[in-house]
Each structure stands twice: as structure tokens, then as C-alpha cells.
Design a protein around this ligand. Structure first.
Ligand SMILES: [Zn+2]
Length: 88
């Protein structure tokens, strides 16, 4: 059975280099309805989508262990204060 993607809450880049990035994703699990916080790697082919938004990844719930496809938007990226990009 194919699962629909669900919107995530936030993600945070813990580490990033040329080979991969380590990210912490937070989302509400559709199975157990708990807040799940999952650390997962992202490869350079997806770096562009991390910055542009619309990033979608498969995560395993830290509470109940069920997999979900979760999508994240760039605006959810935390840790960059005040950089709104309001260039004329
Ligand atoms: Zn769960």
C-alpha cells in the first residue's frame, strides 16, 4: 500500500560536507500521532532541494517504528535568523 506524503514540522542540518549531510527531522507520525524526531542522512544530489524546499524523504518513526514519507519546506529550516532575502 502506497503511503501519501505528510507535511513535516521542521528540519535542521546537523552536519554537511561534500559526501553527505546529517539532518534532524521532526514530524507528527500519522500512525501513532506522536512527535517523532529522526536523524537521517541526505546525499549531495538532494542538497538543492534542501535549499529550495519541497524536500521529501522516507523516515521511520522514533516512537512506533513505522515508516512515513514526509515532506519539508525551506521555510521550516531553523537556525538562520533574519535572512529573509528581501532584495529588490
Ligand atoms: Zn509513530
Amino acid at each position: 500500500m502506497k503511503q501519501p506524503s505528510i507535511p513535516g514540522l521542521s528540519y535542521r542540518i546537523l552536519a554537511q560536507d561534500e559526501t553527505r549531510a546529517i539532518l534532524q527531522f521532526t514530524y507528527i507520525c500519522p500512525c501513532c500521532h506522536r512527535t517523532s524526531s529522526v536523524i537521517s542522512s541526505v546525499f549531495p544530489s538532494d542538497y538543492g532541494r534542501l535549499e529550495l524546499g519541497g524536500f521529501c524523504t522516507s523516515l521511520t518513526c522514533s516512537v512506533c517504528g513505522r515508516p512515513s514519507t514526509v515532506r519539508f519546506l525551506y521555510t521550516m529550516l531553523s537556525g538562520k535568523p533574519g535572512e529573509d532575502g528581501s532584495s529588490a
